[in-house]
Each structure stands twice: as C-alpha cells, then as structure tokens.
Design a protein. Structure first.
Length: 245
C-alpha cells in the first residue's frame, strides 16, 4: 500500500532555460532533498508545448506521508521569505530559471506504485500522458478506481501503462491525476486513436461522463536524470556547481 504524499508542480520556465532548470532540479536539488528531507524525485519532465503550456516543466516529489511532508514544510518555512536560508544559493539560481508555477498536494491511490517500485519494475516511457481530470465533488477516488479497472486494461493493449493515479488534497475531492508511461511514440499515436470516435477508450470515456466535468491530457518527456529514465534517484555524482552554469 502506498502511504506517501506527493508535491505536484507546474513550473513556468524563463526563456531558453528549460534544460538548465531540469538539471538544477534533478542534480542540484534532489540529492540534497533526499538526504535532508527524505524526499524522493518521482519525476521531472518537460511539457511538450504543442499539448500544453510552454516553456513549462512538471515536477513530482514523493514525501514520506503527511508527517514527512510536514517535516519538509517545517524545514522550508524558516527564513524571512519562507525559504530555507541554507538553500539561499540554490533559490537564487532557481529564480534565474523560472517565473513561478502552481503546486498541488496529491494523495496516491493505495495501489499506485512508489517511484522505487516503478524503477524496480522497469517502467519507462518515451513519452508520458499526463491527464488532469476535474470531476464532480467527492468523485475523484471513484474516477481512479474506474481508470484502474476500465481504462488501464484497454490502454495496455496499446502499450500504455498506468504509472500513477492521484487525487488532489486540500480541495473538494474534485480533481484527479492519471499518469501513463508510453514506451514509443507509435504506441502513443495508437492510444490516441483509441480515444476518438468509436475507439475502445472513447467508449470508456463516455461511460465516465457521469462524474467527469473536464479532462486535459498533456504530453511529458523525461528529464535526462528523471528516475524512470535512469532507473535510479539523482545522485551527488550528478551534481554540478550551478554558479558555473
């Protein structure tokens, strides 16, 4: 059973700095977060601009449950600007690479695999389908169960694997996230066709309209050091002196 809690971030990157930001988050942030907070990197991805905001990055961080998240927040909100003063250099560099973003706290379905389990299982994607689903109040968990039982077997026929299923905390149980790992671009195209017209996923989507109010699927591509790409957490050996970058 997955008892972790997750921080989901959509980051607005400045100019041509997306590659720099991907590296700064994985190599320069994650090893410190692992050691000091017990926070694991679930994934860092570029948003494919033709399908969503650009230039943008999605980060997903795995915390040790609510107590772990509380400890992380306690460490964070100690400085004058609610930023850990120990990380002043890191924050300064990050500010040069991004304009801002929007974060969510997310709770996994109990059967959602942790990042260590996903890496052990060899889950990989040339592309990831990131589906943010708005549902009627109280229906988010129900949508996840219906996705596991209905959508996952159908999309597995097209090569898509359900890598994560989450509800958004601190709202009216009216938002869910489905994350699919798709091994090849050809399989992505095959799955997309199944969502249209009389395709198998199109039929399933019709069946869940009783709870769904909106659905937005964007495409993500792994950062070079993202765990599902490398099979491991970012390490100190990946780190650089960001003041030289």
């Amino acid at each position: 059973m997955n008892d972790r809690v997750y921080i989901h971030e959509v980051i607005d990157v400045t100019g041509h700095h997306r590659a720099d930001y991907l590296h700064h988050m994985t190599a320069n942030w994650s090893p410190t977060a692992q050691d000091e907070r017990g926070q694991l990197c679930f994934g860092v991805w570029s948003v494919l601009g033709s399908t969503g905001p650009w230039p943008a990055v999605v980060n997903l961080w795995e915390e040790g449950g609510w107590d772990g998240l509380a400890a992380s927040f306690g460490n964070e909100a100690v400085g004058a600007g609610a930023q850990d003063p120990i990380l002043e250099r890191w924050w300064a560099r990050a500010t040069e690479l991004r304009r801002g973003g929007f974060d969510r706290i997310m709770v996994p379905a109990p059967w959602t695999r942790t990042i260590e389990e996903l890496c052990a299982d060899g889950v990989r994607g040339a592309v990831y389908a990131h589906e943010l689903v708005k549902v009627r109040s109280g229906a988010a968990s129900d949508l996840l169960e219906r996705a596991r039982d209905g959508a996952a077997p159908l999309l597995a026929e097209h090569g898509w694997e359900l890598a994560g299923a989450f509800t958004t905390a601190m709202v009216e149980d009216d938002e869910a996230l489905l994350l699919w790992a798709v091994p090849t671009w050809a399989q992505w195209a095959d799955g997309e066709r199944s969502h249209r017209g009389g395709g198998d996923m199109g039929t399933w989507r019709t069946q869940v309209r009783d709870v769904v109010t909106s659905w937005h699927r964007t495409l993500l591509v792994d950062a070079p050091l993202s765990p599902m790409r490398t099979g491991r957490q970012p390490a100190w050996s990946d780190r650089t002196d960001w003041e030289d970058r």
